[in-house]
Design a protein around this ligand. Sequence first.
Ligand code: HEC
Ligand code: HEC
Length: 436
Amino acid sequence: MTAGRGIRRIVKATARTGATAIVAAILLDAVVLACSNEAPEAVGTDTHFPMVYGDRPTVAELSALGRQMFFDPRLSASGRQSCSSCHDPAHAYGPPDRRVVQPGGAAMDRYGFRNAPSLTYLHSPIAFTEHFYEAEVSGGKDDEGPTGGRTWDGRVNNGHDQALMPLLDPNEMANTSREEVVSRLARTDYVDAFRKAVSAPGEDVMADPDDAVTWMTVALETFEQSNAEFHPFTSKYDAYLRDEIELSTAEQRGLTAFNDMKKGNCASCHPGSHKSPQNHYPIFTDFGHVALAVPRNRDLPANRDPDFHDLGVCGPLRTDLSDRLEYCGLFRTPSLRNVALRQSFFHNGSLHALRDVVDFYATRDLTPQKWYGRGASRKYDDLPERYWKNVNSDVPFKPKADGRPRLTARDIDDIVAFLGTLTDGYVTPAARTARK
Ligand code: HEC
Ligand code: HEC
């Protein structure tokens, strides 16, 4: 991945903007920041949205309302589920436990089939996940293909449209209509603050469910952009980038193997892992959609049907690209920040240990029985054979010329150690001493 591609993406995404002034403002911030490389804390803290009534609502108002909604189970049909049930702040806004999918629905007895992503660094002011597009790039085959968007298949382009999905999903918060969402909001103790913040002069936003829901989702989206909570850049690796500390020997070796195009080659899809003045806030994804042929998760209720396959970009949840067979099996590359806080990995939550994930990259094609089961009649057991040609087989999947894996057992341990440095909340020894 070249730096050029990142900038081209930002420009492209900006060119496609126009959805709302808010999104434009966010993108503008991102572009300005990408150029100036200022500290991300400078962004968005006191911006006023130009589209609305005088100086209201402020980012602070929207963010505070969004936070209340995010943690409020009263907005779900069951009364027991909030956004934070699946996006827990103690786990970088990812799932709270090892369960492959969190239950949902009015009686909390329904299951989807995807692993809840972490919401940290999704709206990072430097790079951002907005706007799915199909890259046609001259730089080489690796840089082509679908990119960006929200969710594992990129089918949503912004945080407010996204926020409506769980509110209405029968497997999640299970409201049956926008009116129902609004009637639940009407019974909260912050509805008056909401009214005051977002109603047009002389009007009551709650009288128009469409407007009210739009503002709810914009509030959730705004909350998801709070830098302190969602993009603090306070990991050990950030301290290392700022020259405040050294990495341990194992972490440093892991970083080298992560970058090495003949070893992990991880940075080709999860870029950002080198020191340079332009690289202060890397988020470890290029947002490319790629097929890794991860193992089938037999614990998913949907997978009891042997004919069911989640094919990512070509469906079934995404429906606009179902005729693009070359996109079957592709899922969006996630950020690796805070990945050590997760207990289930990949879009289907099939692996539960970070070491297994790294080992999978090294041995997928050398010892497929380890990943797909000894008795498995075919190797990529979660992808129909006609789509196997979509599967990425470059380094690290591609073994060395002598047939050995790209990563030794020690390389794998080292990479896991390095990934552990991406967890936010690290306190440098100097800061620790100063606190005492
Ligand atoms: C029952 C669990 C569950 C609940 C409740 C839930 N989510 Fe999610 N969330 C998921 C899953 C699963 C995905 C991935 C969906 C996909 O790929 O199709 C997701 C995806 C997302 C994404 C996109 C992440 C990315 O990487 O692109 C955002 C943003 C998000 N959720 C925000 C919310 C908000 C806001 C709420 C509350 C209104 C919420 N979620 C409630 C499970 C949940
Ligand atoms: C060709 C692009 C590519 C390369 C190279 C690559 N990854 Fe990934 N990575 C992905 C994609 C795509 C996913 C999501 C796949 C899925 O869920 O189906 C992923 C998922 C992951 C996850 C799971 C994250 C989560 O939230 O579930 C980890 C951890 C990870 N990669 C680490 C690595 C490491 C370490 C390397 C190098 C050894 C590496 N990746 C190399 C594209 C890549």
